[in-house]
Design a protein around this ligand. Sequence first.
Ligand SMILES: Cc1cc2nc3c(=O)[nH]c(=O)nc-3n(C[C@H](O)[C@H](O)[C@H](O)COP(=O)(O)OP(=O)(O)OC[C@H]3O[C@@H](n4cnc5c(N)ncnc54)[C@H](O)[C@@H]3O)c2cc1C
Ligand code: SF4
Length: 320
Amino acid sequence: MGVVSAFWNSMGGTAVYGSAFDKDLKVAHRRVTELQDCYIFCGSKYVESSLKGIYPDVANDLDNGMSVIFTGTPCQVNALNFFLSRKQCNIERLLTIDVICHGTPSAQLWEDYKNWLESKYHSRLIDYSFRYKGDGKKQRMKYPVRACFENGEILEDTFLSRLYIELFFTELTYRDSCYSCKFSSSIRCSDITLADFWEYKPVMGKSIDRPELGMSMILANTEKGECIVDAMCRDAQANQDIYMEQVNNNRLLEVKKNFGAAQIKDESVKIFRDEYNSFGFEYILNKYAGNNLKGRLKHILKKAVLKTGLLPMVSELRGH
Ligand SMILES: Cc1cc2nc3c(=O)[nH]c(=O)nc-3n(C[C@H](O)[C@H](O)[C@H](O)COP(=O)(O)OP(=O)(O)OC[C@H]3O[C@@H](n4cnc5c(N)ncnc54)[C@H](O)[C@@H]3O)c2cc1C
Ligand code: SF4
């Protein structure tokens, strides 16, 4: 949000594009023109976001003299850059922001999970957060989820509501292009890159209280990006609402190394897909996401460790 307000141009108008849920919780890019509507883009959605009709809309806005902020995965930003250069659009008023990304599952996988969860709770899913921070007062898992149903039921990090994220962690669910992704490198095609900053300790050389509340990395890749990040720093200092600190770039590059590393598509991905196609969604959920007795016991154990306050440390040791 800080990036957006730092770039806001009240004169010619500003259009912001990002990934959001629609009313059926399908994930697609949307356009908003009011600052207060940008909240719909908050929260990572670990699903491919549909870009139907979006690139021509961005070109139109730029041609009409508006400022445009586009957020997306690196491949989406790269495709936008390509589209706009083919159209010979003036991109002076365009700010692009990408996330470090190692893969997105297809919309179908998310749809199957959504339908499956709805059938378990006999109610329509109306909201789902893949990274639910809440008010920050409660200790949560590293990737806390929250599912809200039409009948009022709310699940926070329950066994069944976490199965999609468990499936995502297997790294078997991405689309073909993700397994040969060209964008997982320190050479970025956006003005600004956002990422998690779990690796803050070796970079900053100090501990931070409750890092799970939200530690993001903001990388300025271009002069335009640098201007915006500088403006955010000034805002943050004046308002004291977020804490920002510049870190040593070389140390950062050392720990972020591969910027999301493209995963190698190996035999296990092929097997996963064959089983998904042949035996259906519930089969892969049981086999790969741990929807079984062992998985349930693991979940109970994790929750118990969470109560002791040691989960962040255990997660750090295990990777997630
Ligand atoms: C699919 C995906 C994979 C990621 N993998 C990694 C990783 O491996 N390592 C890492 O350090 N960080 C990764 N991230 C980034 C991380 O999840 C956070 O986005 C980042 O830390 C910034 O957090 P935030 O809370 O500030 O922003 P967030 O609230 O998470 O959102 C940032 C922006 O991302 C856009 N966005 C959200 N979901 C999608 C989507 N499905 N497709 C396109 N754009 C989207 C939104 O429009 C929003 O503007 C990934 C993000 C996504 C979406
Ligand atoms: S891994 Fe690469 S191809 Fe896949 S969504 Fe991310 S940027 Fe795009």
